[in-house]
Design a protein around this ligand. Structure first.
Ligand code: NAI
Ligand code: MG
Length: 354
């Protein structure tokens, strides 16, 4: 029995998460998987009931499950609270930290080069399938920070980019393994021409490489990588990089797929893994049956693969999503001429019947 903590959260989370759970139930029935769903409150619902966006009961539920399926957090009401009670700072970051999730996997797969808001040439994004691995608990975002007053009365602020060898090794090994299971091409992104942390990053990657002879490792400076992602995204298989670089590059790469609504994610590293769409709670379209549930449904597929080793079910979900898009069904964010417009629930149902 695989235990899954289900945290729908705010906004469209309440619409897309039930669709993903229903897809998992359908796959479980078909392949005789035994999945147990246990609902927890996070963000607005939790704040209303317990006075905190991540109450101890929810944290315990997550710790005692094998995987967490999260919708999104953030609502107009929650965003008015003081910063220390806002859901991203008070729920999302502590949850990732508590669960020890040091690796964020974001696959960017182009199902149809014409869908959504991408303005890139269709021939440039056709068939793109990139995996971005972002280090999630170190680097610039977590290093020591300071503000100080200088002798001349002015202020200065410091953020420190720190990485230790073990921190680089663990994300590095994950990246090599992922590349080995894919097309065998790994690009490690850094800024080793100017940053000492990047030099250690690069040295560590080079040292690990002989353990993975099937993988072709190369290095790229982050500014060049940003340019190459737009110029010729087809050159990439797996990209691995530090926290800040990964945050920026993964948002940039998301647009290759045409809509944020197509991008799943997995955060791994501890005993319990977290799966969530890459987008937020989209209050502008919440409660209107307009949200695209596919990013969340694809995150559920990643859960079957990475947490439970149920590859067959993961593939079945991914194939169903590809088939639904092939058959012309589109939520509004994906809509192009001549396609069939469907809402959140109808899209979920289409995935389940394939
Ligand atoms: P967002 O990702 O929620 O929305 C950005 C734009 O994309 C909006 O126009 C939205 O309608 C659209 N969009 C997003 N997901 C979609 C989907 N599945 N289908 C169709 N359209 C979709 O980002 P935004 O507007 O910056 O933030 C809204 C709230 O979400 C804020 O409170 C923010 O703090 C929170 N947020 C939460 C995240 C999380 O829980 N991991 C991540 C990012 C934002
Ligand atoms: Mg970001």
């Amino acid at each position: 029995m695989h235990q899954i903590a289900v945290l729908a959260g705010d906004g469209i989370g309440r619409e897309i998460v039930p669709e993903a759970v229903a897809v998992l139930e359908t796959v479980a029935a078909k392949y005789h998987y035994s999945l147990e769903f246990r609902t927890g409150l996070v963000s607005e619902d939790a704040y209303e009931k317990y006075g905190h966006p991540l109450p101890p009961a929810t944290l315990e539920l997550c710790r005692n499950s094998e995987a967490v399926l999260l919708g999104a957090v953030g609502s107009p009401k929650m965003d008015q609270l003081p910063p220390e009670l806002r859901p991203e700072r008070a729920a999302l970051l502590p949850l990732r930290k508590e669960l020890g999730l040091f690796a964020n996997l974001r696959p960017v797969k182009v199902y149809d080069p014409l869908i959504g808001a991408s303005t890139l040439k269709p021939e440039a994004v056709q068939g793109i399938n990139i995996l971005i691995l972002r280090e999630l608990t170190g680097g610039l975002y977590f290093g020591p920070k300071k503000r100080e007053r200088l002798a001349d009365g002015s202020e200065q602020a410091l953020d420190t980019l720190v990485y230790s060898t073990p921190e680089i090794e663990r994300i590095g090994r994950l990246a090599f393994s992922a590349a080995r299971a894919r097309r065998g091409k790994l690009v490690s992104v850094d800024k080793a021409n100017v940053l000492e942390s990047s030099r250690l990053w690069r040295e560590t990657m080079v040292r690990l490489a002989p353990e993975y002879p099937e993988v072709d490792l190369s290095h790229m400076y982050v500014d060049n990588c940003a340019m190459q992602l737009v110029r010729w995204p087809g050159q990439f298989d797996v990209i691995v990089t530090e926290n800040t670089f990964g945050d920026i590059l993964s948002d940039q790469a998301s647009m290759l797929a045409g809509s944020l609504g197509m991008l799943p994610s997995a955060s791994l590293g501890g005993k319990v893994a977290l799966y969530e769409p890459s987008h937020g709670s989209a209050p502008d379209i919440a409660g209107k049956d307009l949200a695209n549930p596919l990013a969340t449904i694809l995150s559920a597929a990643m859960m079957l693969r990475h947490s439970f080793g149920l590859e067959e079910g993961a593939r079945a979900i991914e194939a169903a999503v590809a088939q639904v898009l092939d058959d012309g069904f589109r939520t509004p964010d994906l809509m192009t001429e001549g396609m069939t417009r469907v809402g959140t629930q109808a899209m979920g149902r289409e995935v389940r019947i394939r």
